[in-house]
Design a protein around this ligand. Structure first.
Ligand code: IPD
Ligand code: CA
Ligand code: CA
Length: 270
């Protein structure tokens, strides 16, 4: 088959422009009126999730008409059997924070080719951070190279995690208890994309989470890899953006963290 050529520098610059436009919209929403709806019992969506996604997708499609675009809010989530490059778009990662006007949220864009992220961009509009990574070329925060931490002991580690929206069968609390006992402390700040970027920047030494989607993970995971960190799935198999869960660390504490994290669902009610 024909090799697919990707101009990754151009992809990054298009992603950056699209995310910056989305950021302007999102900042307006934070200062004005928001329409908040429930997608599930806990899971929220605002009109700005949708507006941000429409803007990003419009920009990506205009620049790359033959790429596939998978956006959280607009469906088209199943593959189409082709090996076209695919964009994963989380137009607002941290919607719960956003709806509460907590300024910790992001826009996350990743470009994948045959299951491998090539470009990742995570922009935090209120925090003024722009994380960017290109496969093989490192990860950057606002243009400056970043690197995972050098913390070698789990007991000295600051960890991040998240809680699933659907807590009916699994709530991650046993893992948090185990991590609190084994590590320095645990944070839950509310944007998976930024959690991964914080590992890449060396601000967190490790992070794990379950029930994630590719648009939550793909960009941040590339950031971790390019910053010298390590990724696996819970249970030890290779990380994949579609694998649903992730353990991301500086590498040094990976095995020790992986050892205490498990997916224990509640017993089915009789
Ligand atoms: C959520 C955030 C949160 C994580 C959830 C995600 P959303 O994304 O990343 O930190 O714990 O699992 O679904 O819904 O705000 O885009
Ligand atoms: Ca998300
Ligand atoms: Ca989202």
């Amino acid at each position: 088959r024909m090799p697919i050529e990707l101009d990754r520098a151009r992809a990054l610059s298009v992603a950056r422009d699209a995310a910056r436009e989305a950021a302007i919209l999102l900042r307006e929403g934070q200062r004005g009126e928001l329409r908040v709806e429930h997608k599930g019992a806990v899971d929220l969506v605002t009109d700005y999730d949708r507006r941000s996604e429409l803007r990003v997708i419009e920009r990506l499609r205009a620049a790359f008409p033959d790429h596939r675009v998978v956006g959280e809010e607009s469906g088209g989530h199943g593959g189409d059997g082709s090996d076209r490059p695919v964009w994963y778009v989380d137009p607002l990662d941290g919607t719960t924070n956003y709806a509460h006007r907590l300024p910790w949220y992001s826009v996350s864009l990743a470009l994948e080719l045959r299951g491998e992220a090539q470009v990742g961009l995570v922009l935090a509009p209120e925090l003024g951070w722009e994380f960017a990574a290109v496969r093989g070329e490192g990860a950057r925060l606002d243009g400056r190279p970043i690197r995972v931490s050098a913390t070698a002991e789990l007991r000295a580690s600051l960890l991040g995690t998240g809680f699933p929206y659907d807590r009916s069968r699994f709530d991650n609390v046993d893992n948090v208890r185990a991590a609190l006992r084994a590590a320095q402390s645990v944070r839950r700040i509310g944007s998976a994309a930024l959690d991964l970027c914080m590992v890449a920047a060396g601000w967190l030494d490790g992070y794990w989470e379950f029930t994630l989607n590719p648009w939550d993970m793909a960009a941040g995971a590339l950031m971790v890899q390019e910053a010298g960190g390590r990724l696996t799935s819970v249970g030890g198999s290779d990380y994949s953006a579609t694998g649903g869960n992730v353990i991301a660390t500086n590498g040094l504490i990976h095995d020790a963290l992986a050892e205490i994290i498990s997916y224990d669902v509640y017993e089915e009610q009789a």
